[in-house]
Every structure is written in C-alpha cells, then in structure tokens.
Design a binder for this molecule. Structure first.
Ligand SMILES: Cc1ncc(COP(=O)(O)O)c(C=O)c1O
Length: 373
C-alpha cells in the first residue's frame, strides 16, 4: 500500500463538477483581478470566522509582510515571537528591519510559551507575533493581557489555523486571527482551507487597519493611480478565490473528518512507549491541520516509513534561531532548548479528510513494526 503525505486529487474528484464550474466562471466573466469571487470569499471568510473585515492577498507570506509593515513592525522595533515555525513568520519582521525577539515554546503545544514573553519586553518592543501551529491556538488570554498592559500590537500568524477557535476564560469562542489586531491565513494547497496555488488573507476587526490593508495590497493606492503609501502588488488570484469558495462550503465536514483521522491515530498509537502524542491545552476547539508525534529515533522511523511508501514530513527540522539567514541575531545552539528538542523528535503523519481507516491502520502497523520488529 502507498500512503501519500498529502493528496489533493481525491478531494478534487469528489468535487470536480463544482470546482471546474467555478474555474470556468472566472474565465468566462473575465474578472481576473479582485473580481466578484475575491469579494465574495472575503465576505464568506468573515461569516465563517466572525471577523469584521477580510482582505485577500497573494499568499500567507505576503499577508504577514503587509500586516507587519502597517503595524509598524519595522525600523528597529522589537517583536516577540517563536523560533519554532515556518520562515515567513519571522522573515516578515526582518524584511522591514524589525528585530525578531525569540521566546522558547511550550513543550506540550509547540506554541510560544506565554509565561516567557513578559521578561523579553523592552522599551523598543512594539508587538507580539504568536503562531498557532499544527492543531491548536496559543494561549490568547495571556497574550492579549500582556499586549494590553504594555501597549503592544498583536499579529496572529494563523496560516495553519483555519477553523481553530479559542475560548480560554472568555464567554465565547473566537476564531484564530480574529483575536489580535490582525490575523493572517495561508491558502497554500496543503492547508485545511487550501487552494490550487498560492493565496492568503488578512483579517481584522479594526476598520482603519482594514482600509490600510486594502490600500497596501494595490501598491498603496487609495484610489486608482493615487499612491498614499509605498505598497505591494499582492492580490488573491480570482481563480484561487473561486476554488477556495467551493472548499469553504464543506469546511466543517472536512474539519470533522480530520478529527476522526486524528482519533484513529491516537487509538492505535497511544500504547507505544516510544511515541508521545501531543495534547491540546486551554479551552479551545482544535483542528488537525497536521498530526504530529514525538518519536524516539525519529529519523530511523521516517526512513522505515519511506521504505514502505508512507509519506511523512518534519515541521520543522531546523529552528529559526539556528538558520543561516538569522545568524546576525547572534543565537547559538542551546538558546531555546525546548524548540531544539522538538526539532529532533517531531514527525508529521499523513492526514487529510479523504484518508481511509485502512490507510491509517497500515501507517500505524508500520510504526509498530519499526519499534517491535
Ligand atoms: C506558520 C506559517 N506561517 C506562514 C506561512 C506562509 O504561508 P504561504 O505559504 O501561503 O506564503 C505558512 C505556510 O506555509 C505557515 O505554515
């Protein structure tokens, strides 16, 4: 049996008629740039997430770059974030000359350890950039309280967090990205809400920040050929928007199926002493974008699975503080020990709504075979 790490074709074949019609509609109407599909998707994302405003942009990376620029994460400003993430969460700061200030992660969640944030605040600190990774949100109660007490801006990297909701000690759930000043999503194909190419979105509840994001995505123009700022050319492609709109209709079903797959893995793997399955912390609704295990002899296990035609992935093999591009920050091995430990042990198993129970069985049997022979 072959089990791909990610497979977009099964979903496509299930929804082929709708997706093909959506693509054709864009071509036939000729609305290629910021047409009705982008506008409708923005409204539908607002409806799904409860955010007041949404702005479709070319990628999650661009969403972070634009939001950082507008929030003033630039020119020597310090922004507190985690080194256990995808490059874009931090390069968006470095691009504008802001200084990423890393804080180690929580061993149980892979997310920023909220208890270590306050000690890193200086008079140059401008904001916090929490990243909601894999399946769960950061402790947004604590992060928002710190931000309020120190007058800091919060940019939520919710690239991986579509569908995740935080309640904490509050009275209701709030969707990822809709808690801070800005939140961003990625529509990269593997994501819970993925397109068939690059795409991203900025959400906010603040009208002024919404208007600025709209202006910044079209070269800084407040009206055609009138430029108030040096902005970007970063628009969500209309064909992607049309495809993503189809997928959004089935989002709750897709999230439930991911939860089912995660439950299958947990049932089959929880008795293996060589494996730890990370839990969920805080009052929140998790979404299994990625299903990670922490594994003894991780690289040996990954090799064994590969030989048996099972795809896996490592998010993230090298932490950002040890990447060459951030060597100017002067960090060394040992600076963020929890992050470094996770980079050595973490392994992501295949998860997508269309994976079957037989395939999960096969993956788990091969994992057991590796440890038990
Ligand atoms: C945590 C995180 N931030 C940012 C990004 C960047 O998103 P994109 O690939 O759409 O540019 C990604 C996804 O790849 C991500 O996982």
């Amino acid at each position: 049996m072959k089990v791909n790490f990610f497979d977009s074709t099964r979903e496509y074949h299930k929804r082929k008629a709708e997706i093909d019609a959506a693509i054709q509609n864009v071509i036939e109407t000729g609305q290629f740039i910021l047409g009705s599909h982008v506008k409708s998707l923005e409204e539908e994302v607002c409806h799904f997430t409860g955010a007041k405003y949404a702005v479709g942009v070319a990628s999650g990376t661009d969403a972070l770059v634009i939001a950082s620029d507008i929030l003033g994460f630039r020119d020597g400003a310090e922004v507190i974030t985690s080194p256990f993430t995808f490059l874009a969460s931090t390069s968006c700061l470095a691009k504008h000359g802001a200084k990423p200030v890393f804080v180690d992660i929580d061993e149980d969640t892979f997310n920023i350890n909220e208890n270590l944030i306050e000690e890193k605040i200086t008079d140059k600190t401008k904001g916090i950039l929490p990243i909601h990774l894999f399946s769960q949100m950061c402790n947004m109660d604590k992060i928002m309280e710190i931000a309020k007490n120190h007058d800091l801006k919060v940019l939520e990297d919710a690239a991986e967090a579509f569908g995740m909701r935080w309640k904490g000690n509050g009275s209701q759930y709030t969707h990822s990205g809709a808690v801070g000043d800005y939140g961003i999503f990625s529509f990269f194909p593997t994501k819970t809400l993925g397109g068939y190419g690059d795409g991203g979105m900025i959400i906010t509840n603040n009208e002024e920040l919404y208007n600025l994001a709209k202006i910044y995505r079209v070269h800084g123009a407040s009206k055609k050929y009138h430029y108030d700022y040096i902005g970007y050319n970063s628009r969500l492609d209309s064909i992607q928007a049309a495809i993503i709109r189809v997928k959004l209709k089935y989002m709750n079903e897709a999230i439930e199926k991911r939860a089912q797959v995660a439950a299958w893995y947990k049932e089959r793997l929880e008795t293996l002493s060589e494996i730890t399955i990370p839990g969920i912390k805080g009052n929140q609704k998790e979404v299994y974008y990625v299903f990670n295990i922490l594994a003894e002899d991780r690289d040996g296990l990954a090799e064994h699975l590969k030989k048996n035609e099972i795809g896996t992935s490592i998010y993230y093999p090298v932490p950002l503080h040890l990447q060459k591009c951030f060597s100017y920050l002067g960090h060394k091995k040992g600076d963020f020990p929890v992050t470094e430990k996770m980079c050595e042990r973490v392994l992501a198993l295949p998860i997508y709504p269309e994976i079957t129970e037989d395939e999960v069985d096969y993956v788990c049997n091969k994992i057991k075979e590796f440890y038990r022979g």
